[in-house]
Design a protein around this ligand. Structure first.
Ligand SMILES: [Zn+2]
Length: 258
């Protein structure tokens, strides 16, 4: 072979080698492209999934917010009803505008605080019954069971069973615990906002003068001591010393339903 032929063969070999390499590279390239496409698809899928989850979460947040708003309305209603009964509780005005879902926690906290404030304040007012029993005599003018003459009844009488527990209707300080003329064994408690409550004809007194009692605490047991015709509880409420009709405080939700 002459030099020209040798050169041609040599060049041909080089070209073949290059072609072979190029082919391999393009195969690798194709494989890589496929991999990348697959990853992209996966990413798109998970992005869609995340988007769906986000929308669901937003939807749930909306529902939760609506529920909280509903609770806020109920708190406002309760507050209004109490105000009509003369129970004043000052609650912060207006709701919190939610821009960030995290604020829902703040909003919930606020509602909770309002509710706690209502409950706490209500314990300072003589609200509810001092004993579970039927009312046998109401407040006001009536025929006296002893003399048969017209006489003013200064409180409510509850039918009771002997030694039935009697509860303080509000938190306060016992200002008298002992014998009272006509009242028999009695307890008088001074509360906030000028209120005092009185529980009479007790069989036994469980508290002492000067003692602090909580709303709902047992202060004694029903009996028939003093000027009494049978086992019952005589219950009085005064505001700044003036007698008021306790019936107003017994059934807080009878007329103003929450
Ligand atoms: Zn009475």
């Amino acid at each position: 072979m002459d030099r020209k032929n040798i050169l041609i063969v040599f060049l041909s070999v080089i070209v073949l080698v290059l072609l072979f390499k190029l082919d391999g590279a393009s195969e690798k390239c194709e494989e890589r492209t496929k991999q990348l496409e697959e990853r992209l698809n996966n990413l798109e899928e998970s992005l869609k999934e995340k988007d769906k989850q986000l929308k669901q979460a937003q939807e749930e947040n909306k529902k939760l917010l609506a529920k909280l708003k509903d609770i806020e309305e109920k708190i406002k209603k309760a507050n209004k009803a109490l105000r009509r009964k003369g129970i004043k509780i000052s609650l912060p005005q207006g709701g919190i505008y939610i821009t960030d879902p995290k604020d829902i926690n703040l909003y919930t906290k606020k509602l909770e605080l309002n509710l706690e404030k209502i409950l706490k304040t209500m314990q300072d007012y003589p609200v509810g019954v001092p004993l579970y029993g039927r009312i046998t005599s109401r407040f006001g003018w009536r025929r006296d069971p002893f003399t048969g003459k017209r006489a003013f009844h200064s409180g409510l009488d509850f039918r009771a069973s002997y030694k039935q527990p009697v509860f303080a209707t509000a938190t306060g300080k016992v200002v008298y615990a002992g014998w009272g003329k006509g009242y028999g064994k009695m307890v008088k408690i001074r509360h906030k906002y000028g209120y005092t409550t009185l529980y009479a004809h007790l069989y036994h007194i469980k508290v002492r003068s000067g003692q602090w009692v909580r709303a709902g605490q047992i202060i004694g047991y029903a009996g028939s001591t003093g000027r009494s015709t049978g086992v019952h509880l005589h219950y009085e409420i005064r505001r700044y010393g003036k007698l008021i009709n306790p019936i107003k405080f017994l059934y807080l939700n009878r007329r103003n339903t929450f």
